[in-house]
Design a protein around this ligand. Sequence first.
Ligand SMILES: [Zn+2]
Length: 175
Amino acid sequence: MALVKVYNRGYDPETRIGELLHTTTVRHAFGMIRREVADPVELTLIEDRIVPTALELTRELSGAWVEGAGRRSVGFSYRAVHERDHWSCAYCGRSVSRTPACEALLATVDHILPVSRGGPSTWTNLVCACKECNNRKADRTPEEAGMLLRVEPYDPALAYRVGGFVERLPVLVTA
Ligand SMILES: [Zn+2]
C-alpha cells in the first residue's frame, strides 16, 4: 500500500523540508484534496494513475495545537492505545487480547522510546504489542532490537483535526 506524507502548511518543495504531521493512505489523501484540506505537493505514477505522495495542508495548524500534539489528548488510556491499534501487535501483527489463549499474546503497551530513556507515555510513543514482542524488545528502541514497527502511532485527536471531519485515519501497516 502506497503511503502519502502530510505536511503542515509551509512545506518547501525545493528542499522537500516541512513539518511532517503524519502519513495516510492514497484514498484518504484524495479525500483531503477533494475537501480542500490539503494540496498535493509531490506526485507519482502508479499503474498509469497519478497519485500524490505528499500533501501540504491548505491552512496551517495552530501553534498551540501543534505544541499540544505530543501530550495526552482527551480519551487517552492504555486501553485506547489498544483500540487505536485494533488490538494487533505493532511488531508481529498478531491479534492480542486481555484474556489470550496463550500468554505470548497478552495485550501490552510498548513505549517505542523506552521509559528508561525518557520516553513519554503519549499517543505517538505508545503502540499495542504482544507480551512476547514487548519482552523481546525490552529496554531498546525498535532499531536496536532489529524489530520493524508495522504501524505509525498517531494522536487520534490530531488526526481528527487534520482531516477536519469526523473520521479517523486508518492505522497504517507499512510491511
Ligand atoms: Zn508481537
